[in-house]
Design a protein around this ligand. Structure first.
Ligand SMILES: Nc1nc(=O)c2c([nH]1)NC[C@@H]1CN(c3ccc(C(=O)N[C@@H](CCC(=O)O)C(=O)O)cc3)C=[N+]21
Length: 282
């Protein structure tokens, strides 16, 4: 393998160490950052993610308040809880674990969160601020990707960035973040013609399609940086990304592994946003 491995787990650990110090300083000023984590229903994957988030909060000294609600919870009941959390002075961030059960309108729930507590960065106000270049909460996975690029000293100014996948939670926001750093950004998706040709021009490839190993190694331009946001569980139990790792690593200058790449950064940026929100407490 020619490429440098971009170790998300190690970077996440370093950032969490810094956050621990910052939380301690806030605590001495009488501010304990607080995160409310809301889980509706009992999806096993969501349960795992939520407990990872709580553990991470405890690790850096953030107070976390867990709200586990039954799958039958009505939209009205959930909106009432959000309303209470919006008013709760101990709470700096509200995270509603997605996906929500089918009878609940996710957009209505996200819109009900006070933008000042939108540490997930999913509220239309946060997304709008990102789009027009104003400060605001940045959603955690794309924010983690940007931190990783910064950490390896990858300056995006004038670079060709190809993002594969146009989701609201990764593809679109990461494209906007790269644009804000003066990259030339191409946002590819399922209808893109000749994806291989686009990827082949990229100095930086950001894969967020959710299809196991779809981005082939021989598409990668020699020396490119490859960020793999995908986390796909195969039938044999293996966890793989959206990029064919071994073949891509043979051509790339740097590449993220799966697991241990972008994943650990997502939760770390949630902690980061929560601490930032506590700092801005009214
Ligand atoms: N409101 C909301 N906000 C989210 O941020 C959110 C969400 N809902 N719903 C689900 C997705 C998924 N997500 C991940 C967090 C950490 C890892 C992570 O740490 N992964 C590790 C371990 C992977 C494993 O072993 O399963 C890794 O990639 O190395 C992955 C995925 C946050 N999400």
């Amino acid at each position: 393998m020619a490429a440098t491995l971009i170790d998300g787990k190690a970077l996440a650990a370093r950032l969490r160490q810094q956050l621990t110090t910052e939380v301690e300083e806030l605590r001495q000023r009488g501010v304990v950052p607080g995160l409310a984590v809301v889980l509706v229903g009992d999806d096993p994957a969501s349960r795992v993610y939520v407990s990872m988030k709580e553990k991470a909060c405890a690790q850096v000294g953030i107070f976390s308040a867990e709200h586990r609600l039954p799958a039958e919870t009505s939209q009205q009941q959930l909106l009432e809880l959000i309303g209470q959390l919006n008013q709760d002075r101990r709470i700096d961030g509200i995270l509603v674990q997605l996906p929500l059960p089918g009878h609940i309108d996710e957009n209505a729930i996200i819109a009900a969160i006070d933008p000042a507590k939108d540490v997930d960065g999913f509220h239309p106000v946060s997304v709008g601020r990102l789009a027009i270049g104003q400060p605001g909460f940045r959603s955690c996975t794309p924010f983690g990707v940007m931190k990783m690029l910064e950490d390896i000293g990858c300056d995006l100014n004038g670079k060709e960035v190809v993002v594969v996948g146009r989701s609201n939670i990764v593809g679109k926001p990461v494209a906007l973040m790269c644009l804000a750093q003066n990259a030339t950004v191409t946002l590819c998706h399922s209808r893109t013609r000749d994806l291989a040709a686009h990827v082949g021009r990229a100095d930086v490839v950001i894969a967020a399609v959710g299809r196991p190993e779809m981005i082939q190694g021989d598409w990668i331009k020699p020396g490119a940086v490859v960020i793999d946001v995908g986390i796909n569980r195969l039938a044999d139990g293996r966890l793989v990304g959206d990029v064919a790792f071994e073949a891509a690593a043979a051509r790339a200058s740097a590449i993220t592994p799966v697991p241990g790449g972008v994943g650990p950064m997502t939760i770390t940026m949630l902690l980061y946003n929560t601490v930032e929100s506590a700092r801005q407490r009214p």
